[in-house]
Ligand binder design. Structure first.
Ligand code: COA
Length: 172
């Protein structure tokens, strides 16, 4: 049985170990993902941090933190890092964590979420590339957004350059 729940005060070491192990052989890994999760937690910026637990063991984790758009904060969040123990990948755990995290953001009144990663993976959750939301330094198709509030009247959709929380500079 898979349990998804918010992280608790004693989960940090297990999340750190899981994140390090999951990203060890991942393409595009900076090797800093575990430090990023710690830095976000220490800064109070882990808006949503969920663990997946199987037989009492943490086998997956996903983090969501606030982003800014052209320096303005509020309403939009970034997905990641997300990790699943290698031997348990491709069983839906990552997808379950992401869907539950997005559900919680919606319940909190968030306006949307962005993600930097494989478009083929994240598009299944509804993420799409949007030329109005820019993230410098990566091919545009690798940066996607999911608007929770729907695309409003012309001019009301967010537009600008997205920046992740400074915690993403940790461990570099
Ligand atoms: C990405 C990750 C969290 C997905 O977790 P998961 O539990 O394996 O995902 P799910 O079981 O929900 O989904 C598996 C599907 O996603 C696909 N998938 C997984 N990672 C993918 C990727 N990087 N690019 C494209 N597709 C990917 C698989 O091929 C599989 O597709 P299928 O169902 O058609 O076979 C996990 O693979 C992982 O921890 N990877 C290492 C760390 C990482 O790269 N994190 C993402 C960057 S922030």
């Amino acid at each position: 049985m898979l349990i998804l729940r918010p992280e608790t005060a004693t989960d940090a070491p297990a999340i750190r170990a899981l994140t390090d192990a999951a990203f060890k052989d991942a393409p595009h890994s900076g090797g800093t993902e575990a430090a990023i999760v710690d830095a976000l937690r220490n800064a109070g910026a882990l808006t949503v941090s969920l663990v997946a637990v199987q037989e009492g063991v943490i086998v997956g984790h996903v983090a969501f933190s606030p982003v800014t758009i052209d320096g303005r904060s509020g309403g939009w969040f970034g997905l990641g890092p997300v990790s699943v123990e290698s031997i348990r990948q491709r069983r839906g755990i990552g997808g379950a964590l992401i869907r539950e995290g997005l559900r919680r953001l919606v319940a909190m009144g968030a306006e949307g979420c962005v993600v930097l990663g494989e478009p083929a993976y994240y598009s299944r959750f509804g993420f799409v590339a949007d030329s109005r939301l820019r993230y410098p330094g990566v091919p545009p198709e690798y940066f996607q957004r999911l608007a929770f509030t729907g695309t409003g009247p012309a001019g009301t959709d967010p537009e600008g350059e997205v920046a992740y929380h400074p915690g993403f500079g940790a461990g570099a």
